[in-house]
Design a protein around this ligand. Structure first.
Ligand code: SAM
Ligand code: DTB
Ligand code: SF4
Length: 326
C-alpha cells in the first residue's frame, strides 16, 4: 500500500529492525513494484556553475564559500546538446541539467526551454534543477516538455537551519508542490554526512513520505567532501557508517515503495559490496558519467563492470502494477 500518513515512531521502528528483517521487507516491496535487477541511469551536466547567492553549507558552488570553483554564465544550447548526445551514446536514459541559482531569471527561460526541447528530441528523458520556481516558470518548462524537476529538501526540518540560512525548508517544499501541481515529475531527496543525527535522516524521509504525493524519485546523496565549506568538523571526521546508508536506502524503499531511489553523490568512495547492498535494499537508479556537477563519479566502465558482475542490467524503472502489489 502507498501510504502518506507515516509517523516518526513507525519509521524509527522500521529503521531499527534487525538487518535481515529490514532487508527482507525492503526487498519484498522492491520486487512488488519494480524489476529488482534493473537500474535506471541518469547523466548530469552543470549548465551554470558557481557564484550561487545561496549559502548552503555543503555546496562547492555557493558564492559564500571559497572553494576554488570558477563561476560561469549559463552555457549555450549547442554545448548542452553535444553533452546530451554523448550521454545518450554512453547509455544514459535521462539527462539532468543543473544550475547554481537561487531561482532562474525570467530572461533565461527561453533558453532553458530550448534546451529541454532539444534534449527531448534526442530521445532522452529530461530533468532540470534550477532552484526555486514560480508557477509561471513551472508552466513554461512543462510546456517545453520537461519530464522531471529535481529540488532536494536535503535534511530534516529540524536540522535545515544548520545547513542553509538564505532559505527555509518550507521554501523548498513550496517549489516541490508547485512542480507537482504543474504536472512535472518530482525528484526530491537529500544528503547524508553533513553532521546530522540518525533522527534527522529518518525525519527527512518521513517528510518526503508524508507529502500529498511521494516524489517520483528520491536521490540519496552521500556528502561529497568539499574544501572551504563550513560543514561541521565532526561530519568530516566521521564518515557515514556504510550500514547506516543501507538502512536509509531500505527505509526510503519501505516508506515510498513505488518511488525510484537513486544512489546519487558519493559513489566514488563506496565499495562495490556497499553499492550491491544498496541495490538489494531498494536503490534502483544511479548517475552515470565521470562527473556530477563539480565533483567526480565512478568511471562508466566501473559501473558497467559492477552491474555485469551482479547480473543486473540498465533499464528504465517501470513501476509494476501497483494494484497487484498493494
Ligand atoms: N541550485 C539548485 C538547488 O539547490 O536546488 C540546483 C543545484 S544543487 C547543486 C542540487 C543538489 O545537489 C542539492 O540540493 C544537494 O542535494 C546536492 N549537492 C550539492 N552539493 C553536494 C555535495 N557536495 N555532496 C552531495 N550532494 C550535493
Ligand atoms: C542530486 O540529488 N544529486 C545531484 C543532482 N541531484 C543534481 C547533484 C550532486 C552534486 C554533487 C556535488 C557536485 O558535484 O558539485
Ligand atoms: Fe546554490 Fe544549489 Fe549549491 Fe545551494 S545547493 S549553493 S542553491 S547551487
Amino acid at each position: 500500500m502507498i501510504r502518506s500518513d507515516w509517523t516518526m515512531a513507525e519509521a524509527r521502528a522500521i529503521h531499527a529492525l534487525p538487518f535481515a528483517d529490514l532487508m527482507h521487507r525492503a526487498q519484498t516491496l522492491h520486487r512488488a513494484h519494480f524489476d529488482p535487477n534493473a537500474i535506471e541511469t541518469a547523466s548530469l551536466l552543470s549548465i551554470k556553475t558557481g557564484g550561487c547567492p545561496e549559502d548552503c553549507s555543503y555546496c562547492s558552488q555557493s558564492a559564500h564559500h571559497e572553494t576554488g570553483v570558477k563561476a560561469t554564465k549559463l552555457i549555450g544550447t549547442d554545448e548542452v546538446l553535444a553533452a546530451a548526445r554523448r550521454a545518450k551514446a554512453s547509455g544514459a536514459q535521462r539527462f539532468c541539467m543543473g544550475a547554481a541559482w537561487r531561482s532562474p531569471k525570467d530572461r533565461d527561460m527561453d533558453k532553458l526551454c530550448d534546451m529541454v526541447r532539444g534534449v527531448s528530441e534526442l530521445g532522452l528523458e529530461t530533468c532540470m534543477t534550477l532552484g526555486m520556481l514560480s508557477p509561471e516558470q513551472v508552466a513554461r518548462l512543462k510546456a517545453a516538455g520537461l519530464d522531471f524537476y529535481n529540488h532536494n529538501i536535503d535534511t530534516s526540518p529540524e536540522y535545515y537551519a544548520q545547513i542553509a540560512t538564505t532559505r527555509t525548508i518550507e521554501d523548498r517544499l513550496d517549489t516541490v508542490e508547485q512542480v507537482r501541481k504543474g504536472g512535472i515529475k518530482v525528484c526530491c531527496g537529500g544528503i547524508l554526512g553533513m553532521g546530522e543525527a540518525e533522527e534527522d535522516r529518518i525525519a527527512m524521509l518521513v517528510t518526503l513520505a508524508t507529502l500529498p504525493a511521494h516524489p517520483d524519485s528520491v536521490p540519496v546523496n552521500l556528502w561529497n567532501e568539499i574544501e572551504g565549506v563550513p560543514v561541521p568538523v565532526q561530519a568530516r571526521a566521521q564518515a557515514v557508517d556504510p550500514f547506516a546508508l543501507v538502512r536509509i536506502v531500505a527505509l526510503a524503499r519501505i516508506l515510498m515503495p513505488a518511488s525510484v531511489v537513486r544512489l546519487s553523490a558519493g559513489r566514488t568512495g563506496m565499495s562495490d559490496e556497499l553499492q550491491a547492498l544498496c541495490f538489494l535494499a531498494g536503490a534502483n537508479s544511479i548517475f552515470v558519467g565521470d562527473q556530477l556537477l563539480t565533483t567526480g563519479n565512478p568511471a562508466a566502465w566501473k559501473d558497467q563492470d559492477l552491474l555485469t558482475r551482479l547480473g543486473m542490467h540498465v533499464a528504465p524503472a517501470q513501476v509494476r502494477a501497483r494494484v497487484a502489489a498493494e
